[in-house]
Design a protein around this ligand. Structure first.
Ligand code: WT7
Length: 606
């Protein structure tokens, strides 16, 4: 696609978004019943494909089988020991149907919430799809979150069922998951069943509400008619960090999300049925929802699923996998690329990477330097590097470097079709080209979040922070060709290894430690992880800060949130910089940490 073709299609999509999205919905998806209205905008609430009926699993599974692609591989799972498990579209449909019947036999109905706390494995995807097939709302929690974090989410959702596995492998060791679930649901009577996937036949203690995954599915029929879902019925809730303490349950619905995940996978990654594709994300994050599960399945691709870490058992593990499975499209994060780069090029040179065509990046800005390395050593100067800016809230890609357009290393690219982007100042006025500002989206798009679970006010805030538009929370700059560079968050969120972490969330975990009086958390630039968490801590009088206390505080954060939220650095101080109204000025701590000018201090208390 030439830049002019992009431009004219883009303009059409912005002038007539309803026509643009309706024709895609018609041509790209199968509906049980067509919608009677494309879009309804009741600011800030919006609906797409009103009264349309569909089930996302029909588009991800049944229609491929009906089209004769039942024998195409849907997933190739590779564990830490390179043990491979594959599943075809036909078999995946049968497995999903069996679990759907199993869930139905436990009384799970449309609209019920089911929490998944599982490792990256085929059954994790089966569980998501089975929920979607029966119309239950799934909420996948990344298997690194602590029991407290899991518990809070289960309570927020009033989840009826939890699906888990007994362990996952990490660097050769079994990391147990089920004890975390046991702690999380202790005393929560509304959780009726825990389905446990026993991975290697090991026995485990079983309580009354426990159900064995394989026993549950073994006797079930492999046919299940998908629930007829309304376009606006919730499909899933996924929690993400916000700038206040409590994580937000981002709600995505069926119709708009189905189309958005499908069409972005097709247009941005050029994915076609049977293409071998590898997105390194875990389904516990939004990237996994849209670009491991729903998007690639909807287009009929074959996805590689890799359990474990990039450097175990060896540092060339990822390249070995690309080579072995002849991966064509490879989607990962700058933090992973920086780590693999540090390991050295010799690990790449051992393998044949000539199957690669498109390299994708997501999660944080990819600097021109890292972009060039990715292009040169992984892509061998034959592949396009596609950056993709988006968020849990946006459901799918928003600003992209489409494969056919000229590349600008270090810039995320151009707005995707139908996405009306602007860069504004704090009063909402557009800023001139090459001027830093806030990234906003002017109109809803089909894949957008519909609300925050149980908290409409928090949803409304996204659309009211800057009047009339969606404020993404990122700073950005647009050049004279319309290319957008993302500069990082404008709020109190930290991006560490591509994970979004709320400073307030970490602070509230720290403050609940018995020795901590007050704390402030900042993101500190880090060569590999983008940012690492640094905590400034004020202790209660009389507490001694030694190594033991530091370790104890770190352990406490692990228990409260999870390992990814542990501060890498802890500094004890006597006083935190605050405004006269008592708000912690993290900006001052950050500037001081980096040896920069402290800026305007007129609001500083003292
Ligand atoms: C935030 C959203 C969406 C998948 C992963 C993260 C940052 C994401 C990029 C990119 C620069 C990026 C932004 C965004 N971000 N992709 N390509 N370039 N920054 O999802 O946890 O919802 O975080 O991640 O700051 O707002 P998330």
């Amino acid at each position: 696609m030439a830049k002019e073709d992009y431009q004219s299609l883009y303009e059409r999509s912005i002038e007539d978004p309803e026509g643009f999205w309706a024709s895609l919905a018609e041509n790209e998806l199968e509906w049980f019943q067509k919608w009677d209205k494309v879009f309804e905008w009741n600011y800030p609430y919006h609906k797409w494909f009103l009264r349309g009926k569909l089930n996302i699993t029909h588009n991800c599974l049944d229609r491929h089988v009906a089209a004769g692609r039942g024998d195409t591989l849907a997933f190739i799972h590779v564990d830490e020991n390179y043990k491979e498990t594959t599943i075809t579209y036909g078999e995946l449909l049968r497995q999903v149907n069996k679990l759907s019947n199993g869930l139905a036999s436990l009384g799970v109905k449309k609209g019920d919430c089911v929490v998944l706390y599982m490792p990256l494995m085929i059954e994790q995807v089966v569980a998501m799809l089975a929920c979607a097939r029966i119309g239950a709302i799934h909420s996948v929690i990344f298997a690194g979150f602590s029991d407290k974090a899991v518990r809070n989410r289960i309570i927020d959702l009033q989840a009826k069922v939890v699906i888990t596995a007994d362990w996952t492998l990490r660097r050769g060791e079994k990391k147990r998951l089920k004890p975390t679930v046991d702690e999380a649901i202790d005393g929560l009577d509304f959780v009726k069943h825990v389905i446990v996937l026993v991975r290697d036949g090991e026995r485990h203690d079983s309580t009354e509400r426990e159900v064995d995954y394989y026993e549950l599915v073994s006797e079930q029929e492999d046919i299940f008619a998908p629930e007829v879902m309304d376009s606006e019925d919730p499909l899933f809730v996924l929690y993400t960090s916000g700038s206040t303490g409590k994580p937000k349950g981002i709600v995505h619905t069926t119709g708009g999300y189905s189309l958005y995940a499908h069409y972005t996978s097709k247009a941005v990654f050029n994915l076609k049925p049977g293409d071998v594709y590898w997105c390194t994300a875990d389904p516990g994050w939004i990237t996994g929802h849209s670009y491991v599960v729903y998007g690639p399945l909807s287009v009929g691709a074959t996805s590689v699923l890799v359990e474990g870490v990039p450097d175990y058992p060896s540092k060339d593990r990822w390249w070995k996998i690309v080579d072995k499975y002849k991966v064509k499209v490879f989607y990962t994060s700058p933090t992973a690329i920086r780590m693999l780069r540090k390991f050295g090029e010799e690990h790449l040179e051992k393998h044949n990477l000539s199957s690669l065509r498109i390299l994708g990046s997501v999660g944080e800005p990819i600097s021109a330097e890292v972009w060039n390395w990715f292009y040169k050593y992984v892509g061998r100067e034959r592949c396009v590097v596609v950056d993709t800016w988006w968020q849990t809230e946006t459901g799918g890609h928003m600003i992209v470097s489409l494969p056919a357009l000229p590349q600008k290393p270090g810039k995320a690219g151009l707005p995707f079709f139908g996405i009306d982007v602007d860069i504004v100042d704090k009063d909402g006025q557009s800023v001139p080209d090459n001027t830093k500002g806030l990234l906003v989206i002017k109109k809803p798009w089909p894949g957008a979040m519909r609300t925050v679970w149980g908290d409409n006010a928090r949803f409304e805030k996204y659309w009211s922070e800057t009047k009339g538009v969606y404020t993404a929370g990122d700073m950005a700059i647009r050049d004279e060709d319309g290319y957008i560079q993302i500069l990082g968050r404008s709020d109190d969120l930290i991006n560490s290894s591509g994970h979004r972490i709320g400073t307030a969330e970490v602070e509230s975990a720290l403050n609940s430690h018995h020795s901590v009086a007050e704390s402030a958390v900042i993101g500190k630039p880090d060569e590999i992880r983008g940012e690492v968490i640094k905590a400034f801590i004020l202790l209660h009088t009389g507490r001694v800060h030694d190594e033991i206390l530091i370790e104890d505080i770190k352990f406490h954060v692990r228990r409260e949130i999870g390992a990814h939220a542990i501060p890498v650095e802890i500094e004890f101080i006597d006083k935190l910089p605050k405004t006269r109204s008592g708000k912690i000025m993290r900006r001052v701590l950050r500037a001081k940490e980096m040896g920069q000018d402290l800026g305007d201090l007129t609001t500083l208390e003292d």
